[in-house]
Design a protein around this ligand. Structure first.
Ligand code: UDP
Ligand code: MG
Length: 330
């Protein structure tokens, strides 16, 4: 892997490694994050850039990032016009990164920088994707661990693209993989799924995920549930098919039951009562139909969002993207 390949725009040479980090209200952690990250990158003698995506933070994240940039010109900042969510912020980072390999990392130090040398060494061995697999989720609650487990089980059972269990966005990707990701135009950015979909020569390293260094998680169970639904609908049409199966099963059973009723009425005469059984059948079928319509609605909603073809994100301002860092050893 040559060190100074020209970038696609033909200007500045590519750094070896781009670290991409989305920041949403992480002011309290910026300084510590930069210190720990640059210590590793410089210690390893890597030619790097750090792409910070400010995802519409409303606290002092941006001034903290600008301050970090003052002391290290390899810090580059993309300011989005509002909060677009982590997945989109990551996409913005991928679009702007110029490294020959790219490493997305969270700002809260839950993705430990000390793993970077291991990721890079596997990349140099010839792997194009190096996943960081979480050995244990001790920093997560029982509920989060188990709902995550259930999600991976269901997802992998019904999706054509299996995703590796307990692997977040923290990984290393070769330039070729990044370019493949950038070809995917969908607005629904379920990054774990997209990462898995592109394939390429993949390996993984295992680590124990620490708790958040500062600040608090932006996720709650409702958001996670919607994230999971989004992931499944983006990568599988099984929920749609499921209602074909249910419909088929219910229709077959009804046919049998109807035949039974006809025969019984012919031979044993008419039976007047039946209020309870009719109510049960009506409510049951009504419920199933509503769920079915809801599932169809989920997909139509997503089709609606895709066909509008709105841009995925808007960049308000960038800092440091016209600069060539050759010879600037930070
Ligand atoms: N994040 C973001 N936009 C959002 C929410 C989160 O850019 O709308 C960033 C956040 O600043 C952090 C990363 O995504 O760098 C992971 O967020 P968090 O730690 O809250 O997620 P968790 O680790 O709990 O899954
Ligand atoms: Mg976190």
């Amino acid at each position: 892997m040559a060190k100074s390949t020209k970038s696609s725009k033909g200007q500045a040479p590519r750094p070896e490694i781009s670290v991409i980090t989305p920041f949403y209200n992480e002011a309290s952690g910026v300084e510590r994050f930069m210190a720990e990250l640059t210590e590793v990158l410089i210690g390893e003698g890597l030619d790097y850039e750090i792409i910070c995506v400010d995802d519409g933070s409303s606290d002092l994240t941006l001034p903290a990032l600008l301050k970090a940039r003052e002391s290290n010109r390899r810090v580059r900042i993309i300011q989005l016009s509002r909060n677009f969510g982590k997945e989109v912020a990551l996409t913005a980072g991928l679009d702007h990164a110029r490294g020959q390999a790219v490493i997305p990392m969270d700002a809260d130090l839950q993705d430990p920088p000390r793993l970077i040398p291991h990721l890079v060494s596997r990349w140099r061995d010839g792997y194009q994707v190096v996943n960081a697999h979480r050995a244990e989720r001790i920093s997560d609650s029982w509920m989060k661990r188990n709902t995550a487990k259930l999600f991976y089980k269901v997802f992998n059972a019904i999706s054509e693209t299996p995703i590796p269990e307990n692997t977040g966005d923290f990984r290393l990707m070769d330039r070729e993989v990044v370019e493949a990701l950038r070809c995917m135009p969908e607005r629904d950015r379920f990054m774990k799924g997209l990462f898995a979909w592109v394939g390429y020569r993949t390996t993984e390293i295992t680590y124990e995920r620490p708790a958040r260094a500062t600040g608090e998680s932006k996720w709650n169970y409702w958001k996670l549930f919607n994230f999971a639904v989004g992931g499944v609908t983006a990568f599988s049409t099984f929920p749609l098919r499921l209602f074909n199966y249910i419909g088929l099963a219910v229709a077959s059973l009804s046919f049998l039951y109807a035949s039974l009723l006809v025969i019984r009425t012919l031979f044993l005469g008419r039976d007047v009562p039946g209020y309870a059984s009719i109510m049960v059948v009506i409510l049951f079928l009504g419920g199933i139909q509503l769920i079915g319509i809801g599932v169809v609605g989920e997909y139509i909603g997503r089709v609606f969002i895709e066909v509008k073809e709105r841009p995925l994100y808007l960049v308000h301002k960038v800092h440091g993207f016209d600069e060539d860092l050759r010879g600037n050893g930070s």
